[in-house]
Design a protein around this ligand. Structure first.
Ligand code: OAD
Length: 231
């Protein structure tokens, strides 16, 4: 029986909650240029545009509800006798609203703001505006507390230690086109873990997995969790 499980999720797990993925034909990066919206340089050039983009994503996140796949992962964490670590690339809060507690947001959190001047970060559900000031230092440099291209993902040491020690690695709803998350399957494999991909279509890393299951997350994830917990 697999005791230590690491689960990596991506935008595909929130798609059926109504939040767009990035690289599908109707995805966020099909409609917008990431170089204009999701880099420190874009924010320096045009902070108003970046703030408006993330304000709209905040509003969509607040409207969305966790789905059966988020709920199944929370159930796994609550019932599994071994260790479960959930690592998400998603900046929405649907995993925590479904009840997941052992969770790493490696790309940050949409419902938090951060001061680009002093680094102070705080919960913030409202729109990001150009008039907003940092509550700690007063600078007009408020940005979403997310990781942009060219920035370093969060809590990588913890993630790498968990990958090194895991017996089972499962990737759900991610295209495996963004590093370092795209490399997690190889790290887990090298450490001797069994690997499973649950995705609508084979990802760019599909050939690295021991097993692939194709379909929507709301069907595949509850079925996989039931298999583990109920035999
Ligand atoms: P992508 O949009 O790149 O990939 C989403 C994956 O989910 C694709 O492989 C889809 O086939 C799959 N998918 C879509 N709907 C699904 C469903 N209902 N059930 C299961 N799978 C489904 O999103 P990510 O891999 O999460 O980073 O993207 C990684 C990072 O790129 C994001 O965190 C974000 C983005 O740029 C930053 O902004 C830094």
């Amino acid at each position: 029986m697999a005791e230590r499980i690491v689960v990596l999720t991506g935008a595909g797990i929130s798609a059926e909650s109504g939040l767009a993925t990035f690289r599908d034909p109707d995805g966020v990066w099909a409609r917008h240029d990431p170089a204009e919206l999701a880099t420190p340089e874009a924010f320096a050039r045009n902070p108003g545009l970046v703030r408006a983009f993330y304000s709209a994503r905040r509003a969509a996140c607040l409207e969305a509800r966790p789905n059966a796949a988020h709920a199944a992962l929370a159930r796994l964490e609550a019932r599994w006798p071994g260790d479960v670590l959930l690592v998400t690339q998603n900046v929405d809060d649907l995993h925590e609203r479904a009840g997941s507690r052992r969770l790493i947001h490696m790309h940050g959190e949409l419902l938090r703001s951060r001061c680009a001047a002093c680094g102070h970060a705080w919960p913030d559900r409202g729109p990001l505006t150009d008039a907003q000031r940092c509550p700690a230092c007063g600078a007009a440099a408020v940005r979403p507390d997310v990781v942009w291209f060219g920035e370093i993902p969060r809590r990588m040491e913890e993630i790498e230690a968990a990958l090194q020690a895991c017996d089972l690695f499962v990737a759900i709803g991610t295209s495996a086109q963004v590093w370092p998350a795209a490399g997690f399957v190889a790290q887990a494999r090298a450490a001797g873990a069994r690997t499973l991909e649950l995705n609508l279509e084979p990802s760019a890393a599909a050939q690295m997995f021991d097993e692939l299951r194709q379909g929507p997350a709301t069907r595949l994830v509850p079925a996989w969790v039931a298999e583990l917990l109920d035999g």
